[in-house]
Design a protein around this ligand. Structure first.
Ligand SMILES: [Zn+2]
Length: 248
């Protein structure tokens, strides 16, 4: 067989790149994680072992079932919060990637009554109806971590059919119909939170903010192609010192 003249990245390579991009763009630090549904088996997902995303390498990627259990005999230590991913993949068959972050500009919106909404066109994928899940409502005083499938299901219920949900005093979850889409939304959710905070500081009052309308969000979502995401991905690969592949 002739070698492929345009070899692409493997799914594991792409997942490593996603980890490095999210770290480089300041969306995740030593904590937070990104997963993808296993292209070879939709009842499995791929996620790094417990390691800072900037350090993740191909050999760190583990395979999990939709109850959060490790598939195979991989003895590495998994992330305690893998149940976030397991529960969302179980509830949402169309979701192919999940990002969990503690992104610094987003967290303040999890502890105030002001809702986060998109103010800039690139941020439309976060949607205008962003729930804020509070672990305390059902589980009382905890360490706020999603360390059991039952807690993951409660979070997945709050997320519903939306792309993103906030987690009170903790961070957020972001979903995508591809790995690149989830990363794109996670990056622009952080951008939107930072810009909205600046706009609120400039505003003459709490009502002096013009958010994207429902119609604008819909129009942007309909007109969106993978081109924009790939353009960002290529740039982010350069910044994260990772190879770029046009197609996966
Ligand atoms: Zn967390």
């Amino acid at each position: 067989m002739k070698p492929d003249p345009h070899p692409g990245a493997t799914p594991i390579d792409e997942l490593v790149t996603a980890n490095r991009i999210l770290a480089r763009e300041g969306v995740i630090d030593s904590f937070g994680h990104v997963s993808m549904r296993d292209p070879a088996d939709p009842r499995r997902f791929l996620l790094s072992r417990s390691r800072a995303p900037q350090q993740v390498e191909p050999r760190d990627i583990m395979r999990f079932a939709l109850d959060g259990s490790v598939v195979g005999d991989d003895a590495a230590k998994p992330y305690a919060e893998r149940f976030i991913h397991a529960a969302i993949y179980e509830r949402r068959p169309e979701v192919l990637s999940v990002v969990h972050t503690h992104s610094p500009s987003v967290v303040p919106f999890t502890v105030v009554s002001r809702r986060m909404r998109p103010i800039m066109h690139m941020c439309a994928p976060i949607g205008s109806d962003i729930p804020c899940w509070d672990i305390r409502h059902r589980f009382g005083d905890t360490n706020l971590l999603v360390t059991r499938l039952e807690i993951g299901h409660d979070l997945a219920d709050a997320l519903g059919e939306r792309n993103v949900a906030l987690m009170r005093g903790h961070g957020c979850v972001v979903t995508g119909r591809s790995l690149r889409e989830a990363v794109f939304t996670a990056v622009y959710m952080e951008v939107n939170a930072a810009m909205l905070t600046q706009a609120l500081a400039l505003a003459e009052g709490p009502e002096d903010i013009v958010y994207l309308s429902e119609g604008e969000i819909e129009a942007i979502s309909k007109g969106r192609s993978s081109f924009g995401i790939d353009r960002a991905w290529e740039n982010w690969c350069l910044r994260a010192n990772r190879p770029f592949f046009a197609q996966v």
